[in-house]
Design a protein around this ligand. Structure first.
Ligand code: CA
Length: 228
């Protein structure tokens, strides 16, 4: 899931970028309304976090301009006391708003609700609990457990494993993994996928007798339980 944060306070913007990345989202940041509107129009984001008070063109103007062409869900951030702005925000097409200052957990909860609302089919077709042999993942609690032991995964490792588990038995190429998990095109000669697979193996398979993550030479990787 790809989010755009439009926020001019650099400290808050950086805090949101870091926090939301740790939640497993891909996050872009714009520091003013003009850049934000440009990105939001050009790129297909799953959701926008939009500050109301921005230099250049403010949040409401960004929203109004965006709604000419796109229905991307928008969560507006509003300063306390700007009641009129909130009303205007909702009227101009914001999907929800959050008063500053807010708790990060509240922001994440609102984002999850908006994303589920925007992708109902996706929500119902993607189970939140998945299993393969003695591996279990709980996507809501962001927990991966193998043989009763919790795996200590980074956000990217968690995304990678959940994608492979959802599509267990299917060979996934490095290109596809790079696009789906890192949201990057694989033109660049980076070995980010191999490095991540190696780290994931160290946590997922190394401590256990039976490997689940297999390399298919020249094709990619597959997650499956094999007999031998
Ligand atoms: Ca601001």
């Amino acid at each position: 899931m790809k989010l755009l944060v439009i926020e001019d306070e650099t400290k808050l913007a950086e805090y949101l970028r870091k926090g939301l990345s740790e939640e497993g989202y891909t996050v872009d940041v714009a520091h003013n309304g003009i850049d934000g509107l440009h990105l939001a129009t050009e790129v297909d984001y799953d959701l926008l976090v939009l500050d109301g008070m921005l230099p250049g063109i403010d949040g409401l103007a960004v929203l109004a301009a965006l709604r000419q062409s796109k229905q991307t869900p928008v969560l507006m951030l509003t300063a306390r006391g700007q009641v009129e702005d909130r009303v205007k925000g909702l009227q101009s097409g914001a999907d929800d708003y959050l008063l500053k200052p807010f708790a990060f957990s509240e922001l994440v909860a609102r984002i999850q609700v908006l994303l589920r609302r925007a992708n109902p089919a996706r929500g119902s077709s993607e189970p939140t609990l998945m299993k393969l042999a003695d591996l279990e993942m709980d996507l809501l609690r962001r927990k991966a457990v193998r043989a009763g032991q919790r795996l200590d995964l980074t956000a990217k490792e968690f995304s990678l494993l959940s994608l492979m588990l959802r599509r267990q038995g299917e060979v996934l190429s490095r290109t596809e993994l790079a696009e789906q998990v890192w949201d990057m095109n694989f033109d660049s000669e980076t070995n980010v996928v191999e490095v991540a697979i190696r780290r994931l193996r160290g946590k997922l398979d190394a401590p256990f007798e039976r490997p689940l993550l297999h390399t298919i030479r020249g094709m990619g990787y597959v997650l499956e339980a094999r007999d031998s």
